[in-house]
Design a protein around this ligand. Structure first.
Ligand SMILES: Cc1cc2nc3c(=O)[nH]c(=O)nc-3n(C[C@H](O)[C@H](O)[C@H](O)COP(=O)(O)OP(=O)(O)OC[C@H]3O[C@@H](n4cnc5c(N)ncnc54)[C@H](O)[C@@H]3O)c2cc1C
Length: 587
């Protein structure tokens, strides 16, 4: 149904820029819903559906910094002690769904409801839940999970023994077990599913799960970079006529152009096309055609701190693949036999918690009042106001913990040969901050607009984010070092280690600034909001100032940062966009 090849001279009804997570899902649904229309997906990266580095779940980290990763460096971040941070994004058919860490979850119902509250009729938990269900087929999933969608979701068959200790430990710290976390109430401790095909035990992602369902009216062009949306004045508005490729080729669109280039590059393409802030376009010598100050603003991310702990002997973890060739060979043979192995990746434990659970009532109250004073002291976006509002909602996660069965600390490598701890088992606890108050931006490089955009997330640019991460780290230590049953299994903290970083706020802040990273979840950079509030697209995902035939459909449009890993929401946005677009053109 879909081929790759040189740019065709034909005209298409719909051109979708970016064959990523949202792009392939949307293109497939348009091809099914509008079978008489011709649909073109243009993807900058190659097709790589047979690459084991993408497919084998246990290889999930391998593509970071490699040929399938755009690798966008941030500008040096003062809050990170001047560190520049690398933002990975998939540059391959499938986009970031091809290189992500396959956690498949959902945020709290109230978080999606806030999308409507900030001015987007029709976008709420109910509609997003329906849309997310359409995207998935959750094997053995709880009530509320999809059973007919293309993305295969399951609980990993490889469940390392150490995982059994996580939920009871969390429960002993007041975090209740919650196996229905995808039903809009994620608070609690759970073992989350991953997007893996149950037959092949390969990653299930947009290129392998959606595209094969498309009809022959869909064409996919890979290794092809779009540099501009071509616009034509129509009355007071702009109409999208097609796109220009990096070699100058023009491809025409009869009906619509849809940007699904992701949270970094959809804003870049808008600016390259003359849509954005006057000052940036002027500096880049690009003629402004639509004044939209919100393009590239309100860059949101989830922040992550990491620790690792040595376990008593007798627990197999994924680290063993690297130092024990016999174990690795045996595990590989199991994979080839379609049996569980560490090449499947592994079940991970997750906590989604509110501040009262992590910090206690008085700690939570003082952190929330710190947030209030910060937000009150500056002009805030609707997203920021909503974040403040949700800080005290007990149903909305503020902190996330991921319990991973291997060493994944931030300052040390796995103990090398000769080190006394070489060969020992480790677990890691990653602590995530779900609603940091820092909001940054992504804009074209005004002296070289076609090169990588300037990413400035403004990480840790306020006291709340730092205090929150310090609290998150202290709770991680409580989990691993002070609470049974984990306490009796853990030998001690390996990374950073209490000798290097004691539990004082001062040392922890220093550790936070030196090591904090992200969960790779940029969003809200072309937000769906009323225009007067800095919105870039309306609730039909159409760019303001256009006739409605230029849309953005990807993680950029999320109007209020959600606490979930975003891929399920991105698929849901694509499913909803398809309904809206098919509905409009079927009329
Ligand atoms: C390393 C990593 C780990 C992650 N882990 C998880 C996880 O475990 N769970 C989870 O839910 N989420 C995770 N995420 C986040 C999640 O994958 C993303 O939020 C989501 O995939 C974004 O989808 P998108 O459609 O917005 O963009 P993408 O999927 O990134 O798609 C954008 C596509 O557009 C293409 N493109 C860009 N510019 C152009 C251009 N000018 N011309 C042509 N093509 C272009 C890109 O090559 C890309 O294929 C992770 C992300 C990364 C990078």
């Amino acid at each position: 149904a879909h081929a790759t090849g040189p740019p065709p001279s034909e005209t298409y009804d719909f051109i979708i820029v970016g064959g990523g997570t949202a792009g392939n899902a949307l293109a497939t649904r348009l091809s099914q819903g509008l079978p008489k229309d011709k649909i073109l997906v243009i993807e900058a990266g190659p097709a790589a559906q047979n690459d084991d580095n993408i497919n084998i779940p246990g290889f999930k980290g391998r593509n970071m910094g490699g040929k399938y990763d755009w690798s966008f460096p941030t500008i040096p971040q003062p809050g990170f002690n001047g560190r520049a941070y690398n933002v990975p994004r998939g540059k391959v058919l499938g986009g970031s769904s091809a290189i992500n860490y396959i956690t498949f979850d959902r945020a709290a119902a109230a978080e999606y409801d806030m999308w409507a509250e900030v001015g987007n009729p029709g976008w709420n938990w109910k509609t997003m839940e329906t849309a997310m269900e359409k995207a998935e087929n959750y094997l053995g999933g709880p009530r509320g999970s999809g059973t007919k969608g293309p993305i295969q979701v399951l609980h990993n068959r490889n469940s390392p023994r150490i995982m059994d200790a996580f939920a009871p430990t969390a429960s002993n710290l007041g975090i209740p077990r919650n196996d229905d976390s995808i039903q809009g109430n994620p608070i609690g401790v759970s073992y989350q599913p991953t997007n893996i095909n149950p037959t092949s035990y390969n990653r299930s992602y947009s290129a392998t799960a959606y595209l094969p369902l498309a009809k022959s009216n869909l064409k996919v062009l890979t290794d092809t970079l779009v540099v501009k949306v071509n616009l034509q004045k129509k009355g007071n508005l702009q109409q999208a006529m097609g796109v220009t490729l990096s070699d100058g080729t023009i491809i025409k669109a009869r009906k619509e152009v849809i940007l699904s280039a992701g949270a970094i590059q959809s804003p870049q393409l808008l600016e390259l096309s003359g849509i954005g802030q006057a000052s940036i376009l002027k500096a880049a010598k690009i003629k402004q055609v639509i004044d939209l100050p919100g393009v590239g603003e309100t860059y949101n991310e989830h922040l992550l701190v990491r620790m690792s702990f040595q376990l008593k002997d007798g627990y197999d973890t994924a680290d063993k693949l690297a130092f024990n060739a016999t174990f690795a060979a045996e595990q590989w043979a199991r994979r080839l036999n379609n049996q569980s192995s560490f090449y499947d990746d592994a079940v991970a434990g997750y906590i989604f918690a509110n501040w009262n659970q992590v910090l206690g009532d008085s700690g939570a109250a003082s952190l929330v009042s710190l947030a209030r004073s910060i937000v009150a002291s500056k002009p805030s976006s609707p997203g920021l106001k909503m974040k403040l509002k949700q800080l005290s909602n007990p149903h909305i996660p503020q902190a996330e913990y991921i319990f991973v069965s291997n060493h994944g600390g931030a300052t040390k490598t796995y103990p090398p040969p000769g080190h006394p701890l070489h060969g020992k088992p480790f677990v890691s606890i990653y602590g995530g901050l779900m609603h940091p108050l820092s909001e940054g931006s992504v804009h074209i490089n005004t002296s070289s607009p076609l090169s990588k955009p300037i990413v400035d997330p403004k990480f840790l640019s306020n006291e709340y984010d730092i205090a929150a991460l310090i609290g998150i780290l202290k709770f991680a230590r409580k989990l691993a070092l002070e609470t049974e049953p984990l306490k009796s299994i853990v030998v001690g903290e390996y990374d950073p280690g209490l000798d290097a970083v004691d539990n004082s706020d001062e040392r922890l802040e220093e550790f936070v600034r030196r090591t904090t990273g992200t969960i790779f979840h940029p969003m809200t950079t072309a937000a769906m909001l009323p225009r007067r509030d800095g919105g870039v697209v309306d609730s039909k995902l159409a760019v303001y100032g256009t006739t409605g035939n230029l849309r953005v459909v990807d993680a950029s449009v999320i109007p209020v940062q959600i606490s979930a890993h975003p891929q399920s929401a991105v698929y849901g946005i694509a499913e909803r966009a398809a309904e809206i677009i098919v509905g409009e053109w079927k009329k």
